[in-house]
Design a protein around this ligand. Structure first.
Ligand SMILES: O=P(O)(O)OP(=O)(O)OP(=O)(O)OC[C@H]1O[C@@H](n2cnc3c(O)ncnc32)[C@H](O)[C@@H]1O
Ligand SMILES: [Mg+2]
Length: 203
């Protein structure tokens, strides 16, 4: 069976990536950080999603020798000049906590009127393998609402209404997994690179 290493510790993110990858490469065996003893995660110190995704995928390839994928993603809020951006996971400090991050973002945007609450999720996915390195990017645009809504997804999904669901006001945390995958930053990026991953690991 063809194997690929997924350099992430975020279980929800891994779940989404496996779901999307499986559609393109049903035979792919996806290993994670938990399958590797003593895996040392690199510090995500780059200023861009692309830089951090590459850094994570390179670390994965160096540690396992397997073709390695990594995702770096975050929420970029217009009224915060694109922040939290690459700082999204630890926006309210460490250890990282989605509820605390959401609470902080709500406070920071408390005085921002509805017409200036635009934001987008961004995602870079890097693939590092014996044949080379590649990075793809994806986006999902929408707005940040004023209260938490929904129980699905992860991270800032409870606060984010994508343009595609603006009329109903559904957050990403209220969407079926398949619908989130269809419109999400991660879904778009991963669908672009998945056929190349399938080809590369098939040798
Ligand atoms: O680095 P790894 O181990 O993959 O896991 P992580 O959670 O730290 O991942 P990132 O460094 O890429 O940070 C991404 C953060 O951006 C947010 N985020 C990214 N994609 C999201 C999505 O689809 N829905 C909601 N929040 C998302 C969420 O807070 C994530 O923790
Ligand atoms: Mg991270």
């Amino acid at each position: 069976m063809s194997r690929v290493f997924l350099a992430s510790r975020n279980r929800k993110k891994i779940e989404e990536m496996q779901r999307i990858l499986r559609e393109h490469a049903p035979d792919l065996d996806v290993l994670g950080i938990d399958d590797v003893d003593g895996y040392e995660e690199p510090v995500e110190d780059q200023p861009t999603f692309e830089g951090n995704a590459l850094l994570k995928a390179r670390a994965g390839f160096a540690a396992t020798g397997l073709p390695s994928l990594a995702d770096d993603s975050g929420l970029c809020v217009d009224a915060l000049n694109g922040m939290p951006g690459v700082l999204s996971a630890r926006w309210s400090g460490t250890p990282k906590s989605d509820p605390r991050n959401n609470e902080l973002l709500l406070q920071q945007l408390a005085d921002v009127p509805d017409e200036r609450r635009g934001a987008h999720f961004a995602c870079a996915i890097a693939f590092v393998h014996p044949g080379g390195e590649e990075v793809v990017e994806g986006r999902m645009s929408g707005r940040v609402i004023r209260e938490l809504r929904g129980t699905g997804g992860f991270g800032y999904d409870v606060l984010f209404v994508a343009d595609e669901h603006d009329a109903e006001g559904l957050t990403s945390a209220q969407l079926d997994p398949a619908e989130k995958d269809r419109i999400s930053h991660r879904g778009r990026a991963l669908r672009e690179i998945a056929p190349r991953v399938a080809k590369a690991v098939a040798g």
